[in-house]
Each structure stands twice: as C-alpha cells, then as structure tokens.
Design a protein around this ligand. Structure first.
Ligand SMILES: [Fe+2]
Length: 254
C-alpha cells in the first residue's frame, strides 16, 4: 500500500459497521477498566481544561422514520464540546486527547482482534441531577425500535476517560451484566457498543462530572472468528411486557 493511499485511509471517516450487533456476546469480561491510564501531567491538564470550558456545541435533534427521537439535542445542550469547540476553548486540549487515543488503540485492537478507527475528541460535563438511562451506543435497544440503527451505527466499541472524581453518584452501570463502577479519575474504560451492553449513569450529585466519551469503528476483524452478516447473533431483548418502562430504574432510583 503506498503512502498516498494510507493517508486517504487515515483521514476518511468510516460511518458504517462491518460488525453485527451481538458479535461480541454478552460477557462482562468485555467491560474493561484500565486504572491510571493517564499520566499525572495528562490528567491534571485535562481536568483543569475541562473545568475551564465555556464554549459548548450547538446541535439539532434527529427523529427516525417511526417518529422516535434518536438524538435529543436538548439533553446534550451546553454540555458537549467536540473538537471544533475544544479548539475554540484551548487548542492544546484536542492533541492531548488524541495522544491518549493513540495509546489506547493497540490495546483495543489486541483485546477484540480488530483494526479500529477512533471518532473525534469530545469532553462532556454532567451537571448535578443529571443521569442517563440505560442505552446502547450503536443502536436503539428497546420497544418496537429495538435493533434499529441510531445516528451512530459505526460506534462499534465505546470508550471513556474520566477527568475528575470530586462528585457523588455518577456511577456507570451495565444492568444486563450486573456491573456498576464508580469511575476513577484518569482511568480508561471500553466495552461493545451494541444492545448486549446497554449502560446508564446514576444521578450526579454535588459537583460537575467530566468525561471524554469516544468510540471505535471496526475496520477489520483480524482474529479467526470473523463476523457473518447473515447470522443472527444472540441479543438480549428487554421484557416485552415491560416495554416503555425502564426495567432497571427502580434499582437505581434515588
Ligand atoms: Fe453510552
């Protein structure tokens, strides 16, 4: 492969998925925490930078053909800063996060036997009282829309960095695996983006919580086990009797 071609590949953003939902199974072993992923210098810089952000993205909601809101701009208003916004706050932030992506990439590629491409650099803040109901990152997971694509079908693997720990609540939990984690400052996390790995965030209390969410699009499966797009992989569906209700809410209600 010549350099010109490689550069094109590097810049091109792939927005389709070659990985069927359910391919990675349901094991909690696919939910990975890497403590102290960042150096002290990186975490100190990013925590301070995140707390200093004043410019946030302005976005619009999207609705699918069934009338379901698949991206709710109001929910994310004034708390998401993607790369263009980060650059306007401080152009040093984006490259530091990019460096972290580069360090995490080989770990992801070895773990899942894949070649991947990351999405962009983003910082999100969670204000006291805010929470997130269980959801899958690459598809809709509940009711008649379960399994239909959301706006991000190429979010094959989810990743998060956490930038602070001076707040209460704000635990991330995976109800299907029965896993709940109080995120650690400076740690990295990753897990599959499909509906077998729905996850939520408990209400934040006290202070603002800052995260760096991002995703990996799988470009190639390098292991023996290749996905078969025609196969129906096992996917956990929520109890249809309780459709519309959040099955896990009672467990995590304040
Ligand atoms: Fe998510």
């Amino acid at each position: 492969m010549n350099m010109e071609r490689m550069n094109v590949n590097h810049l091109e953003r792939v927005t389709t998925s070659i990985t069927p939902s359910g391919f990675f199974g349901t094991s909690k072993d696919n939910i990975v925490e890497l403590e102290n992923f960042m150096t002290e210098e990186e975490i100190n810089f990013l925590e301070k930078s995140a707390k200093g952000i004043t410019i946030w993205d302005v976005t619009e909601s999207h609705v699918n053909e069934n009338g379901t809101t698949i991206y709710d701009a109001n929910y994310w208003k004034d708390r998401v800063a993607t790369r263009p916004s980060l650059d306007r706050n401080d152009p040093k932030i984006g490259p530091v996060i990019e460096g972290l992506f580069q360090r995490l990439q080989p770990i992801i590629e070895n773990f899942f036997n894949v070649k991947v491409q990351p999405t962009g650099q983003t910082i999100v803040r969670w204000l006291p009282g805010q929470l997130q109901k269980p959801h899958a990152d690459k598809e809709l997971h509940d009711g008649p829309d379960a399994g239909l694509p959301n706006d991000f079908p190429y979010y094959d693997i989810a990743s998060l960095f956490y930038l602070n720990d001076d707040y209460e609540g704000g635990e991330i939990y995976w109800p299907l695996q029965g896993v709940s984690i109080k995120p650690k400052r400076g740690a990295a996390y990753f897990f599959p983006g499909d509906m077998n790995y729905i996850h939520g965030v408990t209400a934040i209390k006290g202070n603002i919580r800052y995260t760096v969410p991002f995703f990996w699009t799988i470009l190639e499966h390098t292991g023996e086990n290749k996905p078969d797009m025609n196969k129906d992989y096992y996917r956990t569906l929520l109890d249809p009797e309780n459709r519309g209700k959040n099955l896990y809410e009672s467990v995590y209600e304040e």
